[in-house]
Design a protein around this ligand. Sequence first.
Ligand code: S3P
Length: 209
Amino acid sequence: MSDAALPAQASHEADILSALGARSIVLVGMMGVGKSTIGRRLAARLKLPFVDADTEIEAAAGMTIPEIFERHGEQHFRDGEVRVIARLLEGGPVVLATGGGAFMREETRSRIAAKAISIWLKADPDVIMRRVRRRADRPLLQTADPEGTVTRLLTEREPVYGKADLTIASREVPHDKIVEESIEALHEYLCGEQPAPPPPQADVASAVR
Ligand code: S3P
């Protein structure tokens, strides 16, 4: 089949892969926004390996994240997180889902900027709360007021997540829609296909004058 006969979407994926080179795609954002679910599907679409930083940290430590927090404390977990993400970024291209606090570390952010394209999956607090309530394996939310904790963390973190290269709204729609939007955004960002939007009407009028 010639390139001209390929569906537009398949060629989008091929374009993204060739523009990426050895760089990875890194998903960042708060707990419960769907980084692993979307990441796994995005990886399948791009035919890239999917890696989950939290799973890799657990494998490296030989214990679960709640156990790491309980036995060694958050700081120890964060230090391990920096090292594991650095290692995973050396093995690109992959699609990498990071834990919600990972992008807060300057060192990790600059490493991601150098070796990857970052996507912030951004969700509303009520969507996050609904999703995180289903699981009890997030040590940071084992507080008397998990909702208040989510609100506080979002206030601290959203300005930092906003430094990601791309932002995609994660919401209650089929996962494949979010994946599709991610593919579109990556293609536009990496391959610059979209022409610059035309100037607003008022500008056109003044330019003609
Ligand atoms: C954390 C998020 C978790 C995990 C750890 C800390 C955070 O990952 O890394 O519990 O600081 O937001 P998910 O974002 O995958 O839940």
